[in-house]
Each structure stands twice: as C-alpha cells, then as structure tokens.
Write a protein that binds this ligand. Structure first.
Ligand code: HEC
Length: 132
C-alpha cells in the first residue's frame, strides 16, 4: 500500500511548484519595485541642482510660457513634449535656456535670475516631468 496515491502525489507536486513560483516571483520583483522609486535620473538632479529654488524661478518666469504652451512652448509635465528634449541632456537644455532657443528668448526674456538659478528652473521642470 503506497503512502500517497498517484492523485495525492500529483496534488502535492502541483502545490510545491505553485509555492516555489510564488516565492521566486516575490524575490524577482522586489528589486524592480525598489528601483522604481525614486528614479535615478531624478536623484541625480536633486544632487546637482536646487529644485526648490528652481520652482520659484519657474513660477515667476518660465510658467508664463511653459504653463500654457504659448508660442508652442513645451507644456509643464507634458511628457510626450518633454521626452525628446530631455534626451538632449541637461547641459544642452541649460545652454538653450540661457542663450535662447528658436521661439524662446534668452533666459525666457527675464534677466533677473543668474545662470545657476535658470539651470535650477530647467532641473525643476525636467524633474517634475520624470515624476509624473
Ligand atoms: C516667452 C516664452 C518663454 C519663456 C518665458 C520661457 N520659455 Fe522655455 N521655451 C519657450 C518655447 C517657445 C520653447 C520651444 C522652442 C522650440 O523648440 O521651438 C521653449 C523651450 C524650452 C526648453 C527646451 C529647449 C530645447 O533644447 O528643446 C527648455 C529647457 C526651456 N524652454 C526652459 C525654460 C526655462 C527654464 C524658463 C524660465 C527661466 C523658460 N524656458 C522660459 C518659450 C519660453
């Protein structure tokens, strides 16, 4: 008389496989979940730039165009509009902001803030786009 019938053996094996899959799935997905937040690019921006100061510059100067999309400015947090621009890299975006780029006047047309402050504003806009 066998200890387990064929049917019981089948059920035990099936359950073991299910438990193993569950454990494997848990351990495989944990690093993904940890990596998902925060975005490494976002962390780098926070290290290099002062996003709180950038927000103030954005609200005072940049939002005039980027808040509404006037002159076809890429709108704040419009990911499809920003994605190809973010791909140019921060150095190019900061340079374009300071020197002007096509329809955008140098420094967004406001010389009140220095170059580092304008760079903070670029970083703030990019960071917000990465988060959303
Ligand atoms: C007078 C309106 C206006 C203001 C103010 C303005 N921008 Fe822009 N900005 C634009 C327009 C229009 C474009 C799109 C230019 C194009 O690609 O034709 C643009 C594009 C950009 C780009 C993308 C550049 C690239 O290489 O694709 C960045 C970055 C940017 N603006 C940052 C800023 C920052 C930071 C401020 C505030 C200091 C600011 N802008 C203020 C109109 C403005």
């Amino acid at each position: 008389m066998p200890i387990f019938t064929i049917r019981q053996t089948y059920i035990i094996m099936k359950t073991s496989v299910q438990v193993c899959c569950f454990i494997a799935a848990f351990f495989c997905s944990t690093p993904l979940l940890v990596n998902a937040t925060p975005d490494p690019a976002s962390v780098e921006l926070r290290e290099k730039y002062n996003l709180d100061k950038g927000k103030k510059v954005y609200e005072k100067v940049c939002a005039n165009c980027h808040g509404t999309g006037v002159l076809e400015a890429p709108e704040f947090c419009n990911i499809s509009a920003w994605k190809p621009r973010i791909a140019k890299g921060m150095a190019v975006l900061v340079q374009h902001t300071i020197q002007g780029f096509r329809q955008m006047p140098p420094k967004g047309g406001d010389t009140e803030f220095n170059e580092a402050e304008d760079a903070n504003a670029v970083a703030y806009m990019v960071d917000q786009c990465l988060i959303h």
